[in-house]
Ligand binder design. Structure first.
Ligand code: SD4
Length: 331
């Protein structure tokens, strides 16, 4: 009896040893906070409006500021632009005519805050950060989020929302009321941003008005930690743009970070999730999804389903758009 128990224990320890050499678990984890990135602040963000947003972030990063302040200030530039049709209060409304905003922010210490289905507040990213810092919670939504914001120093916009040209488009849309969840050139403006500061701190932010003419109450991936944004200080971070439902179904940005944890480069990690999303949506055409990732060493990359996804890059020496790699071309 004691023999079999000994054998049992031996088997157990073998099982333990087996786990230890499992290639998935033992893969090198090379991405640590380290001196190599010391003089190397870096910010990337989705789409062309990322150029201006990066400028906002850079004003903080270049003087040695905090990545969290940088991403907040950066994406706020886009929220402030009432000509942007899918970020901030200049965005397109839901099918009932209300503009509802989603945003979140996260740092390398896994601190995060988020708001969803928020109305009439110019800077949802500021509310997200306040939720992170002033409440024991991560996420507030809708009426409750707005009430809390108003009680905590935010105020309602004093202009008409939707803004007049958007209201006009909406009224035209109402005639047919065709709801398409696709993301195309006119409907791709969500901003996701990742920044690494001179002290090696990483932060990310994501903010959007979501899909145009969505069902009232619909929330996309952008305010969902793990879907539209994720970060882990041992590894790096990721953010996403495109049809949010696909990112939620696959825990998109969390998956990118986990791939990097197992040794994938940022670009490979984005490729992996795009491939998985396509596998989970067989036969679906025209669904654009794009990911950006950055590791704690300051390496970065992007990948999308279709061509056309690009991102803005700002470093000491570079200030430019980069085309992400892609799997398919639009027909
Ligand atoms: C959403 N991901 O609400 C956002 C939309 C978007 O480019 O990114 N558009 O699903």
């Amino acid at each position: 009896r004691s023999m079999s128990r000994r054998r049992f224990l031996k088997n157990l320890s073998l099982a333990g040893a087996g786990l230890a050499i499992n290639p998935l678990k033992s893969a090198a984890q090379p991405f640590n906070l380290g001196p190599s990135i010391k003089d190397n602040p870096l910010v990337i963000s989705t789409w062309i409006h990322g150029m201006e947003a990066n400028q906002g972030a850079w004003s903080i990063l270049e003087s040695g500021g905090d990545s969290l302040d940088a991403v907040q200030k950066g994406v706020a530039v886009t929220e402030n632009d009432l000509n942007n049709r899918s970020v901030g209060l200049g965005g397109r409304p839901d099918r009932d005519g209300h503009v509802t905003l989603d945003a979140c922010i996260m740092d390398h210490d896994s601190r995060c805050g988020s708001v969803a289905f928020l109305e009439d507040i110019i800077h949802p990213i500021d509310v997200a950060r306040a939720v992170m810092e002033k409440t024991p919670h991560v996420m507030l939504v809708g009426e409750g989020a707005q009430k809390w914001a108003l009680e905590n120093g935010f105020s309602k916009a004093t202009f008409d929302v939707p803004v007049p040209p958007v209201q006009k488009d909406y009224e035209e849309w109402l005639i047919k009321s065709e709801y398409k969840t696709g993301v195309n050139v006119e409907n791709h403006d969500t901003i996701g941003m990742l920044a690494l500061d001179a002290s090696g701190r990483m932060a990310g932010a994501c903010t959007t008005s979501g899909m145009a003419y969505k069902i009232r109450g619909r929330v996309g991936d952008s305010p969902i930690i793990g879907a539209g944004l994720f970060m882990d200080g041992d590894v790096g971070g990721a953010t996403a743009t495109g049809v949010g439902e696909a990112m939620i179904r696959t825990a998109g940005c969390a998956s990118v970070v986990e791939s990097m944890r197992r040794g994938a480069s940022p670009e490979e990690a984005c490729y992996d999730i795009v491939q998985r999303i396509l596998k989970k949506h067989p036969g679906v055409n025209g669904m654009q999804v794009g990911f950006l990732a950055m590791n704690m060493q300051g390496e970065y990359g992007g990948y999308s389903v279709y061509n056309g996804f690009n991102y803005a890059l700002r470093t000491k020496d570079r200030n430019e758009m980069v085309d992400a790699k892609y799997m398919r071309t639009w027909e």
